[in-house]
Design a binder for this molecule. Structure first.
Ligand SMILES: [Zn+2]
Length: 240
């Protein structure tokens, strides 16, 4: 069920893998996609299974992820539908689980346990260029966070994420740390390295708990499986 799970004072966090759910082939089995080609009822059941294990009784807060730089403060969101955004921040809200989804993009979990502020962000290539991770850090600080730690979850690695040379140059002009080379010697991007550089520039402590999604059969990878890829999730919650 989990590729990583840990506790830090009042904060629990995890990244899921593909095991322990009810989805059939090719999405088997713990597909946590919010939309896509898999059966929506099975995806909803998968989320229920994970929340029941991770934080029984808590309410998941989802994102309609759009590869942008918008961050939503949970207490400001009154609609029952998920906000179209790529970052979520919550201050002192123990009854909820923030959920971020990915299948090669970089899921990031954030916490300042002392300030009781948590956050999540989804950063693929457009999000790296748009600065969703620095925007999430800024929003956390605006509501009182100061000592922030960020956990970088599973994503496609720089040795696997081949891109056209022009695209590499465009992203590299914004974030040089993301420039990389595939294991077969062609231009690539290391989005995780770019995210790490953004976090360190902002004075955030980084914990890398990632593995390469494309190289790991127990994780979902869009690069590997295309439309038949499910989604893994990053989860974070604050205890009372
Ligand atoms: Zn890889």
């Amino acid at each position: 069920m989990y590729s990583h799970r840990s506790t830090h004072g009042p904060v629990d966090l995890a990244f899921t893998d593909r095991y322990g759910g009810v989805s059939g082939v090719p999405f088997d089995s713990l597909n946590l996609a919010l939309e896509g080609d898999d059966d929506a009822d099975r995806c909803a059941e998968n989320l229920r299974i994970v929340i029941d294990d991770f934080a029984p009784g808590a309410m998941p807060v989802n994102l309609h992820q759009v590869h942008g730089s918008r961050v939503v403060l949970v207490e400001d969101w009154r609609s029952s539908s998920p906000p179209s955004a790529d970052g979520l921040v919550a201050r002192d809200q123990p009854d909820i689980v923030l959920v971020v989804r990915a299948a090669d993009c970089v899921p990031v979990l954030f916490a300042d346990p002392g300030a009781r502020v948590i956050g999540v962000a989804h950063s693929g290539r457009p999000g790296l260029a748009a600065g969703i991770v620095p925007a999430t850090v800024e929003r956390m600080r605006a509501v009182g966070a100061s000592e922030i730690t960020a956990w970088i979850g599973p994503h496609v690695c720089g040795a696997c994420y081949e891109v056209p040379e022009k695209m590499q140059a465009e992203v590299g002009a914004i974030e040089p740390a993301a420039v990389a080379t595939t294991s077969w010697g062609t231009p690539s991007l290391d989005i995780g390295a770019g995210v790490r550089a953004q976090l360190e520039r902002d004075g955030v402590r980084v914990v890398d708990v990632s593995r390469c999604t494309r190289e790991s059969a127990d994780l979902y990878s869009y690069r590997r499986d295309g439309r038949s890829s499910g989604r893994l999730a990053g989860l974070i919650r604050l205890n009372t």
